[in-house]
Design a binder for this molecule. Structure first.
Ligand code: RP5
Length: 244
Protein backbone atom coordinates (compact mmCIF):
# COMPACT_ATOMS: atom_id res chain seq x y z
CA UNK A 1 0.00 0.00 0.00
CA UNK A 2 1.84 3.12 -1.22
CA UNK A 3 -0.14 5.33 1.17
CA UNK A 4 0.86 3.18 4.09
CA UNK A 5 4.46 3.01 2.94
CA UNK A 6 4.58 6.77 2.59
CA UNK A 7 3.03 7.17 6.02
CA UNK A 8 5.47 4.71 7.47
CA UNK A 9 8.38 6.52 5.80
CA UNK A 10 7.20 9.77 7.39
CA UNK A 11 6.94 8.12 10.78
CA UNK A 12 10.48 6.76 10.46
CA UNK A 13 11.69 10.19 9.45
CA UNK A 14 10.04 11.89 12.40
CA UNK A 15 11.29 9.26 14.82
CA UNK A 16 14.81 9.60 13.45
CA UNK A 17 14.66 13.36 13.79
CA UNK A 18 13.72 12.86 17.42
CA UNK A 19 16.71 10.56 17.78
CA UNK A 20 14.56 7.52 18.50
CA UNK A 21 16.36 5.24 16.01
CA UNK A 22 19.75 3.97 17.06
CA UNK A 23 22.45 2.78 14.65
CA UNK A 24 21.58 -0.84 15.33
CA UNK A 25 17.95 -0.36 14.30
CA UNK A 26 17.07 -1.85 10.93
CA UNK A 27 15.88 1.52 9.73
CA UNK A 28 18.97 3.22 11.00
CA UNK A 29 21.12 0.73 9.12
CA UNK A 30 18.98 1.13 6.05
CA UNK A 31 19.26 4.88 6.15
CA UNK A 32 23.02 4.68 6.58
CA UNK A 33 23.30 2.51 3.49
CA UNK A 34 20.57 4.03 1.25
CA UNK A 35 20.27 7.53 2.55
CA UNK A 36 18.67 9.03 -0.57
CA UNK A 37 15.68 6.70 -0.92
CA UNK A 38 14.52 5.81 2.55
CA UNK A 39 11.55 8.16 2.99
CA UNK A 40 9.83 7.63 -0.39
CA UNK A 41 7.20 5.09 -1.42
CA UNK A 42 9.56 3.82 -4.18
CA UNK A 43 12.08 2.56 -1.63
CA UNK A 44 11.78 -1.24 -1.54
CA UNK A 45 12.67 -1.34 2.15
CA UNK A 46 9.87 1.07 3.00
CA UNK A 47 7.43 -0.86 0.78
CA UNK A 48 8.24 -4.18 2.38
CA UNK A 49 8.12 -2.53 5.81
CA UNK A 50 4.68 -1.20 4.86
CA UNK A 51 3.54 -4.71 3.90
CA UNK A 52 4.95 -6.12 7.13
CA UNK A 53 3.17 -3.36 9.04
CA UNK A 54 -0.12 -4.22 7.32
CA UNK A 55 0.34 -7.91 8.14
CA UNK A 56 1.23 -7.21 11.76
CA UNK A 57 -1.76 -4.86 12.00
CA UNK A 58 -4.06 -7.61 10.65
CA UNK A 59 -2.67 -10.14 13.15
CA UNK A 60 -3.02 -7.65 16.01
CA UNK A 61 -6.63 -6.99 14.95
CA UNK A 62 -7.37 -10.72 15.06
CA UNK A 63 -5.85 -11.03 18.55
CA UNK A 64 -7.69 -7.91 19.67
CA UNK A 65 -11.00 -9.33 18.44
CA UNK A 66 -10.25 -12.59 20.25
CA UNK A 67 -9.41 -10.66 23.44
CA UNK A 68 -12.70 -8.73 23.21
CA UNK A 69 -14.59 -12.00 22.59
CA UNK A 70 -12.97 -13.60 25.69
CA UNK A 71 -13.76 -10.52 27.78
CA UNK A 72 -17.39 -10.61 26.64
CA UNK A 73 -17.57 -14.35 27.47
CA UNK A 74 -16.08 -13.69 30.91
CA UNK A 75 -18.48 -10.84 31.58
CA UNK A 76 -21.29 -13.05 30.32
CA UNK A 77 -20.41 -15.85 32.72
CA UNK A 78 -20.10 -13.35 35.56
CA UNK A 79 -23.62 -12.22 34.71
CA UNK A 80 -25.29 -15.63 35.10
CA UNK A 81 -27.63 -14.76 37.91
CA UNK A 82 -29.99 -16.82 40.00
CA UNK A 83 -33.72 -16.31 40.35
CA UNK A 84 -35.11 -16.08 43.87
CA UNK A 85 -38.51 -17.75 44.19
CA UNK A 86 -40.14 -16.51 47.39
CA UNK A 87 -43.53 -17.60 48.70
CA UNK A 88 -45.44 -16.27 51.67
CA UNK A 89 -46.47 -19.69 52.93
CA UNK A 90 -45.95 -23.36 52.26
CA UNK A 91 -49.62 -23.37 51.20
CA UNK A 92 -48.48 -21.47 48.07
CA UNK A 93 -46.03 -24.20 47.06
CA UNK A 94 -48.33 -26.35 44.88
CA UNK A 95 -48.69 -23.37 42.52
CA UNK A 96 -45.19 -21.91 42.98
CA UNK A 97 -43.74 -25.30 42.08
CA UNK A 98 -44.74 -24.49 38.48
CA UNK A 99 -42.32 -21.53 38.44
CA UNK A 100 -39.48 -23.71 39.72
CA UNK A 101 -40.22 -26.39 37.11
CA UNK A 102 -40.15 -23.78 34.36
CA UNK A 103 -36.86 -22.30 35.59
CA UNK A 104 -35.39 -25.80 35.72
CA UNK A 105 -36.61 -26.54 32.19
CA UNK A 106 -34.81 -23.39 30.99
CA UNK A 107 -31.68 -24.38 32.91
CA UNK A 108 -31.76 -21.24 35.07
CA UNK A 109 -30.27 -21.46 38.57
CA UNK A 110 -32.73 -20.60 41.32
CA UNK A 111 -33.44 -20.82 45.03
CA UNK A 112 -36.89 -21.19 46.58
CA UNK A 113 -37.72 -19.94 50.10
CA UNK A 114 -40.68 -19.30 52.38
CA UNK A 115 -40.55 -15.72 53.67
CA UNK A 116 -43.47 -13.59 54.77
CA UNK A 117 -43.88 -9.81 54.66
CA UNK A 118 -45.94 -10.08 57.85
CA UNK A 119 -44.68 -13.15 59.70
CA UNK A 120 -40.93 -12.77 58.99
CA UNK A 121 -40.57 -9.10 58.01
CA UNK A 122 -36.95 -8.71 59.11
CA UNK A 123 -35.79 -11.86 57.28
CA UNK A 124 -37.69 -10.87 54.14
CA UNK A 125 -36.14 -7.38 54.15
CA UNK A 126 -32.71 -8.82 54.80
CA UNK A 127 -33.04 -11.24 51.89
CA UNK A 128 -34.15 -8.46 49.54
CA UNK A 129 -31.38 -6.08 50.61
CA UNK A 130 -28.66 -8.68 50.02
CA UNK A 131 -30.17 -10.35 46.95
CA UNK A 132 -28.03 -8.56 44.37
CA UNK A 133 -24.83 -9.21 46.31
CA UNK A 134 -25.87 -12.84 46.70
CA UNK A 135 -26.01 -13.35 42.95
CA UNK A 136 -29.72 -12.98 42.23
CA UNK A 137 -30.94 -11.17 39.13
CA UNK A 138 -34.73 -11.36 39.49
CA UNK A 139 -37.03 -12.07 42.42
CA UNK A 140 -40.40 -13.81 42.18
CA UNK A 141 -42.78 -13.27 45.08
CA UNK A 142 -45.94 -15.33 45.44
CA UNK A 143 -48.51 -14.41 48.08
CA UNK A 144 -52.23 -14.53 48.63
CA UNK A 145 -54.85 -12.37 50.38
CA UNK A 146 -53.16 -9.23 51.84
CA UNK A 147 -50.30 -9.95 49.44
CA UNK A 148 -47.63 -7.45 50.48
CA UNK A 149 -44.68 -9.75 49.89
CA UNK A 150 -43.72 -8.52 46.41
CA UNK A 151 -44.14 -4.89 47.49
CA UNK A 152 -42.03 -5.43 50.59
CA UNK A 153 -39.29 -6.96 48.47
CA UNK A 154 -39.47 -4.20 45.87
CA UNK A 155 -39.13 -1.63 48.67
CA UNK A 156 -35.79 -3.15 49.65
CA UNK A 157 -34.08 -3.84 46.32
CA UNK A 158 -33.75 -2.37 42.84
CA UNK A 159 -33.66 -5.84 41.29
CA UNK A 160 -36.76 -6.55 39.21
CA UNK A 161 -39.51 -8.07 41.36
CA UNK A 162 -42.27 -10.14 39.78
CA UNK A 163 -45.40 -10.62 41.87
CA UNK A 164 -47.55 -13.74 41.64
CA UNK A 165 -50.93 -13.07 43.28
CA UNK A 166 -52.40 -16.32 44.59
CA UNK A 167 -55.99 -17.39 44.17
CA UNK A 168 -57.92 -18.26 47.33
CA UNK A 169 -59.39 -16.70 50.45
CA UNK A 170 -62.73 -14.94 50.78
CA UNK A 171 -62.18 -12.91 47.59
CA UNK A 172 -60.62 -15.72 45.61
CA UNK A 173 -57.48 -13.76 44.74
CA UNK A 174 -58.86 -10.35 43.82
CA UNK A 175 -57.47 -9.01 47.11
CA UNK A 176 -54.04 -10.53 46.34
CA UNK A 177 -54.08 -9.20 42.79
CA UNK A 178 -54.79 -5.64 43.86
CA UNK A 179 -52.38 -5.77 46.81
CA UNK A 180 -49.61 -6.92 44.46
CA UNK A 181 -50.22 -4.75 41.44
CA UNK A 182 -51.22 -1.40 42.99
CA UNK A 183 -47.75 -0.21 43.92
CA UNK A 184 -46.83 3.41 44.57
CA UNK A 185 -44.99 5.31 41.83
CA UNK A 186 -41.25 4.55 41.83
CA UNK A 187 -41.46 1.08 43.39
CA UNK A 188 -42.77 -1.21 40.67
CA UNK A 189 -43.82 -4.83 40.89
CA UNK A 190 -44.30 -6.62 37.57
CA UNK A 191 -47.49 -8.54 38.32
CA UNK A 192 -48.57 -11.66 36.46
CA UNK A 193 -52.02 -13.26 36.45
CA UNK A 194 -53.55 -15.02 39.47
CA UNK A 195 -51.50 -18.19 40.04
CA UNK A 196 -49.33 -17.15 37.06
CA UNK A 197 -46.25 -18.94 38.36
CA UNK A 198 -45.12 -20.27 34.99
CA UNK A 199 -45.38 -16.86 33.31
CA UNK A 200 -43.46 -15.30 36.20
CA UNK A 201 -40.62 -17.73 35.52
CA UNK A 202 -40.71 -17.06 31.78
CA UNK A 203 -40.66 -13.31 32.41
CA UNK A 204 -37.69 -13.74 34.77
CA UNK A 205 -35.93 -15.73 32.04
CA UNK A 206 -36.61 -13.00 29.51
CA UNK A 207 -35.14 -10.39 31.85
CA UNK A 208 -31.99 -12.47 32.37
CA UNK A 209 -31.77 -13.21 28.63
CA UNK A 210 -31.15 -9.53 27.91
CA UNK A 211 -27.53 -10.21 28.91
CA UNK A 212 -27.40 -13.93 28.12
CA UNK A 213 -27.45 -14.97 24.46
CA UNK A 214 -27.57 -18.69 25.24
CA UNK A 215 -30.63 -18.26 27.43
CA UNK A 216 -32.23 -16.12 24.71
CA UNK A 217 -31.65 -19.00 22.27
CA UNK A 218 -33.32 -21.44 24.70
CA UNK A 219 -36.32 -19.11 24.97
CA UNK A 220 -36.50 -18.95 21.16
CA UNK A 221 -36.49 -22.76 21.03
CA UNK A 222 -39.31 -22.91 23.58
CA UNK A 223 -41.34 -20.48 21.46
CA UNK A 224 -40.71 -22.54 18.33
CA UNK A 225 -41.85 -25.70 20.14
CA UNK A 226 -44.98 -23.87 21.32
CA UNK A 227 -45.75 -22.77 17.75
CA UNK A 228 -45.33 -26.36 16.53
CA UNK A 229 -47.76 -27.60 19.21
CA UNK A 230 -50.40 -25.11 18.09
CA UNK A 231 -49.91 -26.16 14.46
CA UNK A 232 -50.49 -29.80 15.53
CA UNK A 233 -53.64 -28.84 17.46
CA UNK A 234 -54.92 -26.82 14.49
CA UNK A 235 -54.42 -29.80 12.17
CA UNK A 236 -56.29 -32.03 14.63
CA UNK A 237 -59.16 -29.54 14.86
CA UNK A 238 -59.45 -29.32 11.09
CA UNK A 239 -59.50 -33.13 10.86
CA UNK A 240 -62.31 -33.27 13.42
CA UNK A 241 -64.30 -30.58 11.59
CA UNK A 242 -64.25 -32.71 8.45
CA UNK A 243 -65.78 -35.59 10.44
CA UNK A 244 -68.76 -33.53 11.69
C1 RP5 B 1 -50.27 -15.32 52.46
O1 RP5 B 1 -51.42 -15.78 53.02
C2 RP5 B 1 -49.61 -16.52 51.91
O2 RP5 B 1 -48.83 -16.18 50.81
C3 RP5 B 1 -50.71 -17.43 51.52
O3 RP5 B 1 -51.07 -17.29 50.16
C4 RP5 B 1 -51.86 -16.95 52.38
C5 RP5 B 1 -52.28 -17.97 53.39
O4 RP5 B 1 -51.18 -18.36 54.17
P1 RP5 B 1 -51.33 -19.57 55.22
O5 RP5 B 1 -52.30 -19.14 56.24
O6 RP5 B 1 -51.82 -20.75 54.41
O7 RP5 B 1 -49.96 -19.81 55.77
O8 RP5 B 1 -49.46 -14.66 53.34
Amino acid sequence: DPEMSRGLGDVYKRQEQKGNFKDEDAVGLHRTEHHSCCSGASCSFVQSAGRAYAEIKAVVQVYHSFFLFCRRRKRGSDMIRKVAVIMGSDSDWPVVKGACAQLKALDIPFEAHILSAHRTPAEAADFAKNARANGFGVILCAAGMAAHLAGAFAANTTLPVIGIPMKGGAMDGLDALLSTVQMPSGIPVATVALNGAKNAAVLAAQILAVEDGELAARLDQARTAMTAQIAEKEAKLQAELVQL
